[in-house]
Structure formats: C-alpha cells, structure tokens
Design a protein around this ligand. Structure first.
Ligand code: UDP
Length: 487
C-alpha cells in the first residue's frame, strides 16, 4: 500500500545516468532510503531509446512495492555527436548534458518539494540545477573510496605528469592512498588525448563541488582510502566536503511469478559451494579467441559452472553497455564445436543475461569468475563467494587489484586479460584452485569475514547506517532552517 506523503520525513531526488549497471545501484540506494530511513525517494532516470532491459527494470514490480517513485527523463538524440570511436564515458556525459533541460523540468515538476538532490557519478553536471532549486547536493559513487580518491585527484595528476599515464614507470601516487599501477588506471586515463579523459577530469571536479560524496563501500573494506579522503591534508585540498561510506548496498532479488527457474532448479541439485559462476557484468564481452580458451579451460577443469555467454567482440569492449542484457534466444554458435554436448552434465550455458543476485545467493555457488564491476563485487562479497578477478573496463583493474592484493578474496590470471588472452591451461588451474584446492578455501574464509563485517556495517548503529544518518541529518537541518526562514 502506498505510504502517505506525510509519513516520510524527507523527500530526496536521486538522478541516475543511463545503463543497467548505473540504474541498479541508484534504485538500490533509493530502496534503502525508503525502507530503512523512512525517506520518500523520487528516482530520475536519464533513459536511452530502445533499451528494453532498462525499461523493464524501471517498471519492475519490485520497485513499485518499495514505494520508489520513478520519473523517466525522455531520451535525447546525441547521434550527431558520435562516431565509431566515441567512448562510453563520453557517450554517458553527452547524454546527461543533452538531457539537462529535461532533468531541470522534471525536478521542478515533482509534486512534493525535494529536500535534497543526489546525482550519480556521471550526472555531476546536474549539480548546478540543485543550486538553482536551493537544494543540498550530493554525489553518489556506486564504487569504492580508492576509485573516488583517484578520480578527485586526477586533475592534480593531470598538471603534474606529462605524457600518457600508461607509459609512466612508477605507480601513480594519490596522497594517503595505495598508489595506482599505470596498467590499472581507469579506462578514461588510458588515453589522455581522448575526449573521455577530459570528461573524466570534469567528473573529478564535479565530485568536489557537491556537499558530500556518498560511496557504496564500508569502513572495513576501504579503511586507508576513506581515512585519506577525510584526513589527508593534500587530498583535503581537492575534496573538502564530507565523504560517507554507506554500503555495501546490493540488489535484494526475489524469485517471482514468471521467473524462469531452470537455473535455480539446476543449482538445487549441485553439491554445496561446487559451482563456479562466470559472468562479465551488464556490458562485458570477450574476443572470439578468449571465449574459446575460456570454454576449454572450464571443460578441462571438470568443475561445475554456470556461464553467461555473449557473442564475441573486441576483448574488454564496453560498446554494448547500453544495449546488452536483452535476452537473445538460441544456441550460441561461437562456442567450440561440441562444447555444449560435452559439458552437458558439467555446467549450464546461459545466453546474454542471468539472475545474478539469485545465483550468487545460492548455497551451491562456490566461486565467481567476474569482470569485477563494483556491483558484482559487492554481490559476491555479501554472499560470501570468492572470486577469480578478470577485469575488462572502467575501474575494474583497480577493483581486481584491491580484491587480490588488499582483501585477499580473489585470485587472478598472471597477465591482465585486457592485455593478453588467458590460455585454457591457466583458466583450468584458476578454476580448480577456486573450487577444489586449499587456496580457494582460504579465500572463502576471508570473504566470509568480509560478509559478516558488511552485515554489521549496514545493521542499525553500524558504520554505514550511521554514516547515512549523518548525511540525512545534514539535509534535515538545511530543510528546517529553510522552513524557519520562509516562515
Ligand atoms: N547482472 C545480472 N545478470 C547478468 C549480468 C549482470 O543480473 O547476466 C547485474 C549484476 O547482478 C549487477 C549488474 O548487473 O547488479 C552489473 O553491475 P556491475 O557493476 O557489476 O558491472 P557493470 O555492468 O557496471 O560493468
């Protein structure tokens, strides 16, 4: 039943950029604010034309039941500004920029006045609209503090470092944080001559223009970078506002009517922690050669698996970011000949998209070969599932390094999969290590500890719960002051 407007103490707008991987974390944040903090939330989504998955997600009953009010900003046509080489970050920024008039009128049009605006990391250009409406403004980065530190500090690196970062021989220093290896930099930093690098610099500056940065992380997982963002003198010169670790916020999916239960039924029949789940997020694809090697590696490992397969493209490409997730039926013809028949009793191949949150929650799932997108990473950790880190794009190389070298909850191939094809023998060893060997068991113990610390952080009076309360108190105070002045 709909709650009455007056039952909510605050009304917050959250603006999401397009793409499943961006909309999901915003909806999850919205749900948490409604369910746990009694805040009315209106989510504004910058939509793209012709993405049925986005539309489905937005309209899902799951959202309606959680009292989320969703406003779709009509799609804008940016085709005149695109060519074959336009990168994903540029596309996102162009889309959001072109949608700003729509965003402004949608924000003005809500029926109960907003008390604050939260924008996601690609929507910082909408922050001035919050100023026009005299609203406190926050940025929500559905990622970790190390990524935030790199992003806000990149404009400084831009002044201090000449040439391409990837040619730099030393790790890139971020004050107070673990340095970033040049090969691990986020995609937009790979080529400083590309427009997406300039967009990324703008994003970093945008984060610091807000009244606070909310992040989908928690104290135990990211202590060093959080401390640096709060206390390091040099870093505080670029980010002077508060930073809030409010995570890990993940999707809480239920099996519903109309849900195809084939995968769950198959998982039900497998032994506990025996299945490796293989998936590369909402937009990840592999080269044809890499698909072949991965298929052979899985088969040779003789371990159980569920593999979400997609047609080959350039390895690590993010070109399909806006369109993928649309279930394509039929047997994938790009897998090695006979693979499906030979692995019939060993694993399941799912075309394009699977209900990941449910698979990771299932007790038979024992490992996750993942592209290390932050949502996937959190879904894995909060279900106590260790990972094989296979980063492809965005900030995933940094995430993979954090998971393997700092948190010890993942193993990874010797070379970055974006640089070299991972051969079948190495895949086989990684898979066996994860599911069968002692090392996998150690990873599982560590990830279980993190799972428990995540639960604690989110519980009432936990660090992430408290952090959200601090941000909401700030909004409440601004609102009370405004009401006082208006009166
Ligand atoms: N996802 C899913 N099924 C799939 C692939 C992805 O449900 O087959 C969901 C996944 O659970 C996660 C999101 O899509 O919530 C992907 O976000 P992530 O940050 O991991 O990666 P991105 O898509 O942004 O690269």
């Amino acid at each position: 039943m709909e709650k009455d407007n007056n039952e909510f103490k605050l009304h917050i707008g959250i603006l999401s950029s397009p793409g499943i991987g961006h909309i999901i974390p915003v909806l999850v944040l919205g749900k948490r604010l409604v369910a746990v903090h009694n805040v009315k939330v209106t989510v504004f989504v910058v939509t793209t034309a012709g993405s049925p998955t986005e539309a489905q997600l937005i309209k899902s009953s799951d959202m309606a039941e959680n009292h989320l009010n969703i406003v779709e900003i009509p799609p804008v046509d940016i085709s005149a500004f695109l060519d074959d080489n336009t990168k994903m970050v540029t596309q996102l920024c162009l889309l959001v920029r072109a949608a700003l008039p729509g965003v402004r009128s949608a924000l003005r049009g809500v029926n109960r006045r907003l008390d604050a605006l939260i924008v996601d990391l690609f929507c910082t250009e909408a922050l001035p609209v919050a100023d026009e409406l005299n609203l406190p403004k926050f940025v929500y980065v559905p990622s970790n503090a190390w990524f935030v530190a790199l992003t806000v500090y990149c404009p400084v690196l831009d002044r201090e470092i000449a040439g391409q970062y990837v040619d730099w021989e030393k790790p890139l220093g971020i004050p107070g944080c673990k340095p970033v290896r040049p090969e691990d930099v986020v995609d937009p930093m790979l080529d400083r001559n590309d427009q997406q690098y300039r967009e990324y610099l703008g994003q970093g500056r945008g984060f610091t223009m807000s009244d606070g940065i909310l992040m989908n992380t928690w104290e135990d997982v990211d202590p060093g970078s959080l401390k640096a963002l709060r206390e390091n003198e040099t870093l505080r010169k670029v980010v002077s506002g508060p930073v809030y670790a409010v995570g890990p916020l993940t999707r809480d999916m239920e099996e519903r009517d109309g849900f195809d239960g084939t995968i769950m039924q198959w998982l039900d029949k497998q032994p506990r922690e025996s299945v490796l789940y293989v998936s590369f997020g909402s937009g990840g694809t592999l080269s044809a050669e890499q698909i072949t090697e991965l298929a052979w590696g899985l088969e040779l490992s003789e371990q159980r698996f569920i593999w979400v397969v997609r047609p080959p493209s350039q390895c690590g490409s993010d070109k399909s970011f806006f369109t993928i997730g649309q279930g394509a039926d039929g047997t994938p013809d790009y897998l090695p000949e006979g693979f499906l028949t030979r692995t019939h009793n060993q694993g399941l191949v799912v075309s394009m998209w699977a209900e990941q949150a449910l698979i990771l929650r299932h007790p038979s799932t024992g490992g996750f070969l993942s592209h290390c997108g932050w949502n996937s990473t959190l879904e894995s950790i909060t279900n106590g599932v260790p990972m094989i880190a296979w980063p492809l794009y965005a900030e995933q190389r940094q995430n993979a390094t954090m998971l393997t070298e700092e948190l010890g909850v993942a193993i990874r191939p010797a070379k970055l999969p974006t640089k070299e094809v991972v051969a079948r023998e190495e895949v086989k060893t990684l898979v066996k290590t994860m599911v069968q060997y002692k090392e996998g068991k150690e990873l599982r113990k560590r990830v279980q500890k993190l799972r428990i610390s995540a639960e604690k952080a989110l519980s009432t009076e936990g660090s992430s719960y408290n952090s959200m309360c601090v941000a909401l108190n700030m909004i409440q105070k601004r609102r009370d002051l405004k009401l006082h002045i208006d009166a």
